[in-house]
Write a protein that binds this ligand. Structure first.
Ligand code: SF4
Length: 99
């Protein structure tokens, strides 16, 4: 999956979104640790997050990756060009829209 089928941070769960998108993931060729920046108090957090998002920005799998990340509720990694706070905001917005 995201990433490499057996690599973190991207698990290898099958999802309703299918699995083929993982084969096209740009992060298959990246260090998985790049996508899991240390805590936000770490001085390089923003830089590392931006570097991870730079991979996502050019990834053909960004849409299904984001859908998957929203589905599984990952709390740590940059996935689908979003960090966990951004995904929580998306989920809150979706919840408000469906209320
Ligand atoms: S959008 Fe980012 S995290 Fe998702 S598969 Fe692509 S490079 Fe990996």
């Amino acid at each position: 999956m995201i990433h490499a089928r057996n690599a973190r941070p991207h698990p290898t769960l099958e999802t309703d979104h299918g699995d083929d998108w993982r084969d096209e993931a740009r992060c298959l060729r990246a260090d998985p640790e790049l996508f899991v920046p240390p805590g936000s108090s770490w001085q390089g957090h923003e830089y590392q997050e931006a570097a991870a998002k730079a991979y996502c920005a050019l990834c053909p799998s960004v849409a299904p990756c984001l859908a998957w990340a929203l589905e599984v509720g990952d709390e740590w990694a940059v996935l689908g060009d979003t960090n966990p706070n951004e995904r929580r905001a998306i989920k809150r917005k979706e919840a408000r829209a469906s209320a």
